[in-house]
Design a protein around this ligand. Sequence first.
Ligand code: 5GP
Ligand code: MN
Length: 349
Amino acid sequence: MNRLNLRDIASLDSLIAGAARITVIGHMKPDGDAVGSGVAMLSFLESLGKDAAVVLPDTYPATLSFLIPPHVQGKVIVYEDFPDKASERLLSSDLILCQDFNSFSRTGDACTVLSASSAEKILIDHHPDPDRECFNLCFSDTEVSSTAELLYHILMEMPQTGHDAHNLPSLTATALMTGMTTDTNNFANSVFPTTLVMASELLEAGVDRERIIGNVFNSYGESRIRLMGYLLDKCLKITGDGVAYMILDRKTAMKFGIREGDTEGFVNIPLAIRDVRMSIFLKEDTDRFRVSIRSKKGISANLCARKYFNGGGHELASGGRLMIPGDVRNSRQASSYIKKVTHTFMTGQ
Ligand code: 5GP
Ligand code: MN
């Protein structure tokens, strides 16, 4: 990719060469891009003979477990489950690659240890406004589909691959294709010319796209589809300002037997309605509602998330949280809050 600075690639190469113990860290509630780009880098680093690992702040959706085959399992450490092991790993690393997030705070409880680690830190990310001062080297580009895509173009520039995707370890290639496929919602959003170049080269190199699609889009339990029907029928609200929202409370999630990742993509569905310009999905957690926001061109999901939902993200795809009881006490209050703030937001008052 032309935009990559070759001096940065040389710095990355020499930082990797000079480090024995290297750790990749992703963001809270890791998605296909965080897990995909993490495992891709892990597998690439192992092919160079490095002691590599991935730390994820909390658990990943079951649909992504195909990216973590038995030989990788001990090297993907979930901080929430093994805080001591994850902390020791971060503190004893020579180099930490921060992937798919723009600020340490996105690593949740792992943030303190990440900040305390004396390792050199490199950012590889596609979110706007990164905290550049926290990193020794930054690869930050918002004009790519995903962190996986950015990492693909970086790896193609590395001397070990020599611009040929055939030279990537097979797990790296699969994980990169997965991260890009989930972040673009299977080529529906944020597809750039470079995204198709990457997809084409990875297919050419033998990546099995059907296997990826089968795992990430077609391997959910029945409960997801039953819940989707219920939410769309009973819970979807559309305001006069063109904002659609759904709130999933804990009781309903328990009733349907919902697991982590089962509600992935629900927020996109109401955007199919002509008059809907922004869609918001809330999922109740122990002490908060997790918020997902998607918007159509001309409406900034990012601004809405930053202003009203303690979050941020991309222009058209963002997230955040409403704390219970700090921001709202229950779903009813959350509903009134959404109506009120989105009216202000959409009418520019
Ligand atoms: P999702 O709705 O899929 O959870 O998140 C959509 C996008 O918003 C992702 O790019 C994610 O990184 C970003 N995002 C989600 N939650 C937060 C948050 O709390 N803070 C910030 N800054 N970004 C978030
Ligand atoms: Mn991403």
